[in-house]
Design a binder for this molecule. Structure first.
Ligand SMILES: [Fe+2]
Length: 357
């Protein structure tokens, strides 16, 4: 939101991801930067150089925390030790809000270190929202969840991705970190209109926006964060700003990282279209979010008896499918998990169903 309750009703401007190649430049030149986004996990340590460096950054800049391993969508309970370390870091940085991804990625304490797409079911939305609330209550700062780019879908899904995102954030009463590049990447990989996504999320919950570059292959796109942002993504960003109002924005670079100057979005977009919020936003013409028949759907789908069923099942891509029964029981998932993870990193048209276990 231009400045909504999820970002402390403050206009934060343009941020830059804090990356190692820029450390020296930042500490010696102290460039003007509205805020830095840090990866929380890089600083959840007991001491040493990372925290010393962070403290020096905090002397001069506002820092916003972004996480990569909360796995709100995993069926297992949250790791308490991880939460305690996260809260200590939140206290240290004074981050105005906390973001992590709307995904799953761990089973029985085994972490994939990947952002796996969710099955878009009401049951998964309920579980995910409960865990987001739990994190927010524990760390005591607003939480916003980021839409991920994906390369596989599930047969068991009951709604679209944007309906799932809306369902989760409404249930959790949390914010959204809207990654417009991820919308674009998934729209090409799964063949939907990116504007359908953008128009049908609750704009008043968008606390932050990510934009990034990607790598295009013949039949799919990989979200690599190692290229400049392409024009269709800039257009999507401008459309997002028109709908959400001026929103804290970060241009992501994670590989082939350019100079700090080029990481600043206003410099990397050499047209007058950058900072579109300087223009008067046009009247909203988006369609209202599609009503989600929560009760009707819930009554149609009785809660499943086995709690481990929250583990995603039924991959859908190129006609391939993971039989639900194989992926349902977390206890039996370890072996197939590796294959599943491997497959979800691959483009959709290359997916094959794993063998039964
Ligand atoms: Fe992102």
């Amino acid at each position: 939101m231009p400045a909504n309750r999820f970002n402390g009703f403050t206009q934060y401007g343009i941020g830059i991801g804090l990356r190692i190649p820029h450390y020296d430049h930042i500490l010696s030149k102290k460039p003007v930067v509205d805020w830095f986004e840090i990866i929380s996990e890089n600083f959840m340590v007991d001491g040493g150089r990372p925290l010393r460096l962070l403290d020096r950054i905090l002397e001069h800049y506002r820092v916003v925390q972004h996480g990569v391993s909360m796995y709100f969508g995993s069926a297992e309970p949250l790791a308490r030790d991880h939460l305690r370390r996260l809260k200590a870091l939140v206290r240290r940085t004074g981050t105005p809000w906390l973001t992590d991804h709307l995904c799953w990625g761990s089973v029985d304490g085994t972490y994939t270190h990947d952002l796996l797409p969710m099955p878009y079911t009401f049951e998964a939305a309920k579980l995910t929202a409960r865990k987001i609330r739990e994190v927010r209550d524990f760390v005591e700062v607003p939480v916003a969840v980021e839409n991920v780019s994906s390369y596989a879908e599930y047969h068991v899904s009951e709604m679209t991705e944007w309906e799932f995102l809306s369902e989760v954030v409404e249930r959790a009463d949390c914010g959204i970190l809207l990654d417009v590049n991820n919308i674009y990447v998934s729209s090409v990989n799964h063949r939907f209109r990116p504007m359908d996504y953008l128009e049908n999320v609750p704009h008043e919950r968008v606390a932050q926006i990510h934009i990034a570059g990607h790598t295009r292959y013949r039949k799919y796109i990989l979200d690599t964060h190692d290229h400049p942002v392409i024009d269709p993504v800039w257009k999507l960003y401008e459309a997002a700003i028109r709908r959400c109002g001026p929103t804290a924005t970060l241009l992501e670079w994670d590989d082939r990282i350019p100079s700090l100057r080029k990481c600043t979005p206003r410099r990397s977009k050499p047209t007058a279209s950058w900072r579109p919020w300087r223009r008067r936003p046009p009247p909203l013409r988006c369609r209202p979010p599609r009503a989600i028949p929560r009760k009707a759907s819930s009554s149609l789908r009785e809660p499943r008896a086995d709690p481990a069923e929250n583990v995603p099942g039924g991959l859908r891509a190129a006609g391939a499918r993971v039989p639900h029964a194989e992926t349902r029981a977390g206890r039996r998932l370890h072996a197939p998990l590796r294959r599943l993870v491997h497959q979800t990193q691959r483009p959709a048209h290359l997916l094959r169903a794993p063998r039964a276990v």
